[in-house]
Design a protein around this ligand. Sequence first.
Ligand code: SAH
Ligand code: SF4
Ligand code: F3S
Length: 444
Amino acid sequence: MQKKVHIKTWGCQMNVYDSARMADVVAPLGFAPTDEAADADLVIFNTCHIREKATEKLFSELGRLRPHQQAKQDAGGRMMVAVAGCVAQAEGAEIQRRAPFVDMVFGPQTYHQLPEMIARVTRGAGAVLNTEFPPEPKFDALPEDRTAPGISAFLSVQEGCDKFCTFCVVPYTRGAEYSRSVQAIVDEAQRLVAAGAREITVLGQNVNAFHGEGPDGTVWGLGRLFHRLAEIDGLQRLRYTTSHPRDMGDDLIAAHRDLPQLMPFLHLPVQSGSDAILEAMNRKHTADDYRRIVDKLRTARPNLALSSDFIVGFPGETDKDFEASLQLIRDVGFAQAYSFKYSRRPGTPAAAMTNQIAEAVKDERLQALQQLLRDQQDAFNRSMIGQTLPVLFDGPSRREGHMYGRTAFMQAVYVEGPARMQGHELPVTITAAGTNSLTGHIAV
Ligand code: SAH
Ligand code: SF4
Ligand code: F3S
């Protein structure tokens, strides 16, 4: 009988990739994906620990699931419950202590061992806790097959982080930097394209720190990897995320000039425009370093659009520091960006700083910063009206008879048209723009 797996994902694109791979790992065991947690035989919560409240959210989600698990058991069946991802890595046994009905807790580095973990639970050999950083990288043990990647697919090439920004949990939950080999990446990219993908977003917590072993035995950086990926027939678009300003090397910048497949959109988190705060964050770059990198990028690719991440209310942030962030935003001009209130993460150096900022101040600053970013995003989107842009169509939109795609700059576009547009890049004349999407018609 066909069994069902339900996977719910929080957090970054790496978690989205991991969730897809977990589905691939359990598929040979007879598990088909379902959107319904209630009747699943296996439920996996793939969690994120980046900001506060993640843990509480997980426990309330587990609480909602428990009656369904019980109902299934009363009916003579079984629902296995697993907590994966960064909360699992950070909280470990604490999760099973607070929610004893959880069968498996495992971190981002061990999900290739899911078949053994499932077998152990099925045998009745007790609950599983697996938060090791195993010496053999999981990528080598993952199945080759990828189920229906879609038009736009993710491909993890690098994991972990050695940067230790003082606010961030990632170095603790994902471990040290590790890059896959070029051959393994190219093979996976080829399989994705064969399965229908036309766009690949190359992923890593610090993707531009990529230093994978090349087929020639030398170490390749991300720029060189893109040159190789650009040779794959049928792969129309390449993107990458997330980058650190310090690793924005000249090779990679040159790739933006030389490779038409590399899209003119870059998510390059800066976090703050104040040098004092950047220093306290251990970012190891100044605001002017960031401005210079952006200048170089725009010299290489004049139409490059930028996205970023900002944190407001980092410990010690003064009004003047905050104003420097606003000034950086005005100077650079962003097509979009994410911004967050600083969130105190236990175990990180910034959590122990004594000059924490009051919640009300954080709220006020976040609002002001987001207003400025929204204005820039609106203006950027409006500047597309009247232009004809190549749009790669991902699939049908929720609106009957409409299709959904993206511009080179990652803007969502809705267009009336037939389903056979899916997977094609077509010219669209933009007629209207909102904060989060564009509309238009196919140019003929
Ligand atoms: N590796 C990426 C992003 C990691 S997390 C990078 O280096 O930029 C994604 C974003 O979450 C970060 O860029 C940061 O803006 C935000 N973030 C991370 N820790 C945070 C914290 N403690 N409080 C608020 N925002 C945080
Ligand atoms: Fe976190 Fe900094 Fe590493 Fe990004 S570079 S994952 S923000 S420690
Ligand atoms: Fe969250 Fe872990 Fe990604 S903490 S942002 S899921 S690396």
